[in-house]
Design a protein around this ligand. Structure first.
Ligand SMILES: [Fe+2]
Ligand SMILES: [Fe+2]
Length: 192
């Protein structure tokens, strides 16, 4: 039989062995958006691979998807199911579309889309890192976030080096939509 005291003991042990027990509410909300974002990232590349036949784009998407899959495994390991966004299905669909549409438009569209997404994600992680440092927050979490951020910056630079022409009106409108959509998705995922 589990007594109230042994339950309390178990709770204390958990708190000692798991630093996340002390993470404030804002950290959990941010991590919910990170889990949603990394889910979306994997599905962006699935979308690219579903519609693009360009060998360079496909190799680019496969290489980036490997990193995003690792990010998703790592964030999933620290964000339990009950703390994740309830709209994971939606982030998958929207992620897939964010990759599939430029995959149809051509290689520069894919690279410009990734540049826009990763510019946003770099800022998104940097804000969390800055706040954790200001709050003297969990340093191992801070360095994990910074590792992800550096990978996203490498993705952004890779995309921007591959892009050949400046975006036309259509593509510029699309990347603005992608940036605004990313910000909107984060706002929603923070709460739901
Ligand atoms: Fe990522
Ligand atoms: Fe990335």
């Amino acid at each position: 039989m589990i007594t109230a005291q042994s339950e309390l003991c178990l709770e204390t042990q958990r708190a000692v062995s798991r630093p996340e027990a002390d993470w404030p509410v804002w950290v959990w909300a941010a991590l919910r958006t990170d889990h949603a974002g990394e889910t979306g990232a994997v599905w962006i590349y699935r979308g690219v691979l579903a519609t693009s036949r360009d060998p360079e784009v496909r190799a680019f998407a496969r290489a980036h998807m490997d990193t995003e899959s690792r990010h998703l495994r790592e964030v999933s390991a620290i964000v339990p199911a009950e703390r994740r966004s309830r709209l994971v299905w939606l982030w998958r669909i929207l992620g897939w579309m964010t990759g599939a549409v430029p995959g149809l438009m051509g290689r520069d569209a894919v690279f410009a889309t990734i540049e826009a997404v990763e510019t946003f994600v770099d800022q998104h992680y940097q804000e969390q890192i800055d706040r954790l440092r200001a709050d003297n927050g969990d340093t191992s979490l801070t360095s994990m976030l910074d590792g992800w951020r550096q990978d996203e910056v490498a993705h952004r630079n890779d995309a921007s080096h591959r892009r050949q022409a400046a975006p036309g009106i259509m593509l510029a409108a699309w990347t603005r939509l992608v940036s605004a959509g990313s910000a909107f998705a984060v706002t929603i995922a923070r709460h739901v």
